[in-house]
Design a protein around this ligand. Structure first.
Ligand code: AMP
Length: 540
């Protein structure tokens, strides 16, 4: 067969040729913009030519600090389309970490949204490699800023070349993108995506039994474009010619509901917190969400109650999926097999709530205390992955050797696998509770607690124990209407029928809020630290 390199700019060329009349609907700080893929193509070529003129060379990193909108989409293709590397930066990280990753990646140019400018100004003096700042504003004038040299995105584009020929790599393994993921301790870790990895991952998003992204879709990526490439949805929407809605800065659940109704969105993607918010809004208002063919949910475990509410109350199919920044990210996705459609509703929910089956193209292995585990839905082990869109190292990072061994990515996620091959994430290796030599899944306990009507959020963590090594303790935030009205005994009685006795938490601590990290996941380390003191206080 011909050995034709798979490249990111080729995906946009396909859209320019075959989907030039299809639209991107983009919300920015000043309103809604509608641009055809023909316009997006020309603007992207202009951007690529301008970066070239600004001195960005092959292999140079160009950072973006931006929300989901059309200019960010242009950067997704324009940077790799001129030989550069698209480095999407998580704007919710601490200023220290942002400075670290810009320096560590050696970004030459930064593309910045106007509301993120103050954040960049804060770390400006620490940046050692950045030669130019470009502000992606709708306004004619640049905002007041101490950044220098600073350029206006639209003014630069007006000077660019709309016929610029994309520079494609001869080797598809060359870098096209990168993204840093937060580590439990220490600095964030960088993952580099190759042209080949991005293209193959995008193709996987189009498979009928995966997300099945197609021309007839209207996609809405709520997951940020700075988090694992918005799960690849911007790439897939362009390549397959879907209408693409980008929700822009500081959106609310209400705005999402309005966008779904107005733009007739068919496929949307985000983390469970987003869907909890949307659910609340759908229950309050009268929104037409009948266009939705699926909600894609990942990033942390989707509670069963959430899936059930969307599917039964709102008739919106819910697809649970799993991935990591290191895996592009999609690797596991939950769908019923054809012979499971006749199962009872409860059985089906049970299957749908698992993260599901490995996507074709990726391989997995699950290793427990005594080697590879039995596929019996009970035995737990760490999920190992390999495949063409799985990273093989962290960018210039000593910690690579801990996660990448013998050709496998060690995910740090503890899973079970059932007889059908469906994966269920039970915990992070660092969060699983090791009690008397056995493992207790904190996620299962949290899910059970969150099914109680009074519970808003629950996080279960291990506390050290003299006899059992570790024991579970539940941290619970009650809904406002139930504050001081529910006892810990009531909550424990509620979950007791679902678990072996030794799984039941030793205590329930009521809190006002559970600490979370920059992507909205529970910060269990902070809770454990809190309990270390709590334990010491108990014993002193
Ligand atoms: P990130 O790289 O920030 O996307 O985080 C990846 C991590 O999120 C994984 O290693 C899992 O621990 C967690 N994760 C992602 N998707 C799911 C899911 N569907 N259920 C449970 N945990 C998930």
């Amino acid at each position: 067969m011909q050995n034709v390199p798979l490249t990111v700019p080729s995906m946009l060329e396909h859209a320019e040729t075959y989907f030039s009349k299809k639209f991107v609907v983009s919300r920015t700080h000043s309103g809604i913009h509608r641009l055809s893929y023909a316009e997006i193509g020309q603007r992207t070529r202009r951007l690529a030519s301008i970066l070239n003129k600004l001195g960005v060379k092959k292999g140079d990193k160009v950072g973006t600090l931006a929300w989901n909108h059309h200019r960010h989409l242009e950067a997704y293709f324009g940077i790799p389309g001129m030989g550069g590397v698209l480095h999407t930066i998580n704007i919710r990280l601490s200023p220290n970490h942002i400075a670290y990753i810009i320096n560590h990646a050696e970004d030459r140019v930064l593309l910045i949204d106007p509301d993120i400018v103050p954040l960049v100004e804060k770390v400006r003096d620490e940046l050692t490699t950045v030669k130019a700042f470009i502000i992606m504003t709708d306004d004619n004038e640049l905002p007041q800023t101490t950044l220098f040299p600073v350029y206006h995105y639209e003014q630069l584009l007006s000077e660019g070349d709309s016929d610029f020929q994309f520079i494609k790599p001869d080797d598809e393994n060359e870098p096209a993108g990168m993204c840093y993921t937060s580590a439990t301790t220490g600095n964030p870790k960088g993952v580099v995506y190759s042209h080949r990895g991005i293209v193959l991952h995008t193709m996987a998003l189009g498979l009928a039994d995966s997300a099945a992204v197609s021309e007839s879709d209207v996609t809405l990526a709520i997951v940020p474009m700075f988090h694992a490439n918005a799960w690849g949805l911007p790439f897939a929407s362009v390549w397959f010619g879907s209408t693409q809605v980008l929700p822009g800065p500081q959106f609310t659940p209400q705005l999402i509901a309005e966008m779904i109704e107005r733009e007739k969105v068919t496929l949307t993607a985000g983390v469970p917190t987003i869907w909890l918010g949307l659910l609340r809004i759908l229950e309050q208002g009268n929104y037409d969400t009948r266009s939705l063919r699926a909600i894609l949910c990942g990033g942390s475990a989707a509670p069963k109650a959430l899936i059930k509410a969307f599917e039964t109350k709102h008739r919106i199919p819910f697809i649970h999926a799993y991935g990591m920044t290191e895996t592009s990210p999609l690797v596991v996705l939950s769908r019923l097999k054809s012979y499971q459609h006749d199962f009872s509703d409860d059985e089906k929910l049970e299957i749908r709530a698992k993260q599901g089956y490995i996507v074709p193209g990726v391989e997995m292995k699950v290793v427990g205390k005594d080697g590879e585990i039995q596929w019996n839905g009970e035995e737990m082990g760490e999920l190992l992955l390999r495949g063409p869109w799985i990273a093989d190292e962290y960018y210039r990072d000593e910690r690579s050797k801990d996660a990448f061994k013998d050709g496998w990515l060690h995910t740090g996620d503890v899973v079970t696998v059932d007889e059908e091959g469906a994966v269920k994430i039970v915990d992070r290796t660092k969060d699983v509770i090791k009690s008397g030599g056995e493992w207790i899944s904190s996620v299962d306990l949290e899910n059970a607690l969150m099914a109680h009507e009074a519970v808003f959020e629950a996080a279960v963590v291990a506390v050290p124990h003299a006899k059992w090594q570790e024991r579970p303790v539940a941290c619970v935030v009650l809904k406002d209407a139930f504050k001081n009205k529910v006892s810990k005994e009531e909550l424990l009685d509620f979950i007791t029928p679902q678990f072996a006795k030794w799984w039941i938490p030793d205590d329930v601590i009521f809190m006002d809020e559970i600490p979370k990290n920059s992507v909205g996941k529970f910060l269990k380390r902070a809770l454990r630290d809190q309990f270390k003191e709590w334990e010491e206080k108990q014993s002193s």
